[in-house]
Design a protein around this ligand. Sequence first.
Ligand code: F6P
Length: 755
Amino acid sequence: MKRILIFILPILIIVTLGFTISGIMQARFTEEKLMDDLMRKARAVGESLELAAKYILVNNDLKAAKRLADSFQKRERLQGCVIYNREGQILAVTEQFSYLNDQERPYLKNILSTKTPRGAIEQFREYSVYSYILPVLDDDGNVLGMVEVIYDTSYMFTTLTELWKKLSTTLIALILLIFLVTLLIQRQIFIMPVRRLTQWFTHFQRGDTDKLRPFAEEKGEFGKLVSEVEQVALSMRVARRTISDQAHVRLQKEELWTEAKLKDLIHAKLGDNSLFVVSNREPYMHVLDESTGKSACIRPASGVVTAIHPILSACGGTWIAHGSGNADRKFVNSKDKLGVPPEDNRYILKRVWLSKEEEQGYYYGFSNEGLWPLCHNTHTRPLFKESDWKMYKEVNRKFADSVLEELPANDPFVFVQDYHFTLLPKMIKEKRPDARIALFWHIPWPTPEAFMICPYQNEILEGMLGADLIGFHVQNHCNNFLDTANRLLESRVDTEKFSVVRNGKETFIRAFPISVDTRSGTGSFKVEPLRQIEHLKKEFELEGKITALGVDRIDYTKGIVEKLLAIDRFLEKYPEYKTKFVFIQLAAPSRTHIKRYHDLISEIDELVEKINWKHREGDWSPVIYLKKHFSQDDIQPYYQLADICIVSSLHDGMNLVAKEYVVQKNDLSGVLILSQFTGASRELTDAIMVNPYSTEEFAESIKLAVEMPKEDRKKRMENMRRVVSENNVYRWAAGIITEMTSLKKIEDKNALPSG
Ligand code: F6P
């Protein structure tokens, strides 16, 4: 609109100015003409009155004068007349002007003496009139008196007002017409081609060749532009194909999964189709620091983020997630997208906005008060509220729409993350049956008995089975899921193929143990210089002490309380380690609006306080509790300085902290104490396994770790590092992509030839 106004305003000013000038001239001309008519009429009537008055004045017949004055009124616009004697006194006057007797009119004397008629506009009381006075002379030219005719002039004003009204109406109509015509021209010249171009780009982005064809056939400049852009696109596609062919060759050569190898795999398997990842947690959050007023970009503490970020960094694509940072909206473009990492845009992050009510019902409510405790064996009662479920469905629909908007025309690959989006696969599949959908479940899957307490079990299972592939961390969770589908849903479970068939649609269930990026000194997880480690040692007085470390979100599933109780017991049983042993707990507050989490924060605060008070000796306290958000880079020096890392989850899908610690121990010096209830315990068998519920056993494990001989530590760490580097996050992603594309092949082979 602003642009239209800039364009239209000069035209409007010129037209209005021209129109006003011509209006003024026309009004002046009309006024002059009316005046001229009036004067002529007044003169004619005055002259006819003169003749009659001459006789009356000669005979000084006052009665006849009165009759004459009365007869010259109310004729057309003639208002009245006056007859004067030779002294300029009124002899007779029309009734309505009788007040003229008292009016001083010096020019009368002048008319008498000069014997010259006078016509002028006069103000008689509140009326504006035209008065024409002419002297009456006898045959010798002597003055007998005067006659005056008085005309109404108000009709002139009315006529001019009417004229101005007409002119203004025409001007307004003209302005509107110009506005309308300009709008139409603007639409035709600018908006339509831009709209066409936008349509072209949308189809082009989606690879919708059928819809692109009519554009290329267009004549004129637009057609030329489309054809030029097509040439550029073609060269890009050819370049990508070449990369993809080279990728095939490299794939066969390299053994260990690396960023480059995954990139090659994706090029080789997905070709032009890029990845679309959906998760609740976004990989980058913009948060406003209230105290400084500045926005910071942080990486949230999340297993999903840790695993998926390196994959998209390597391969590009689009990550669709909830924009939960309070400054997030400031950093997106008109499509709610931004390139990330902010300093080196490797992939697109599309933020989906949720209202407070949506976040409460979908995230805090159904996902984290319902599904989270349902899937973790931690004896925390799941809460299922109808209103939360309703919101959960609505938010799943919102994300589905947001994903569907982005998908290219053919065979897109959508990779959905976690329990926040159980309904998404079905919602996407309904609209885009050609989409390949994988759902990865980052938390444990419970037994059918545990799952069946969920009132919405059928809808959840059906929603998930919209996916072509569902991944879990470990085989046990796959088995639980197959059992659940078998028992709670009308479906056929194929125990040989590990798939569920429902309504003619087959979903494959597979275990893909998630992992971390094992590169050292590059990428997202850098080896920190010694300086930082030295700084921390000084700050917390760790020199010469055995340092154990815990890194967790503050969540009841992480067993932080159990870990602290074990440390307390360890120091009780083995007081010789007092002043020699320190435990650092890095704890990121999480889901704090949920009461259970809120209470846990206070419980841990109190316990830390109690243990430190109980064992304190001089300046030494056993527990250093650092409760805040730590970035990946912040955590790294802690991993490197820690002699022991304690992972005490009561139930955990995988637990990437265990793997991150192993990756960071380049010098093979660390010991990992790992809960037997984590997915990671299946792979990291050289860790010291613990049951975190057993405080005695846990305390003994800490002693074992503290006293483990160097050689033993080295051997165990070497083994664990080998396992993690062989099964790194690139292998995890490669496994899922390979599985997805091989499923496609099976289906394609089975597809009936058309016709
Ligand atoms: O898989 C569990 C998960 O969703 C992971 O992303 C991460 O470990 C954790 O929960 C993060 O929780 P939130 O995103 O609710 O802070």
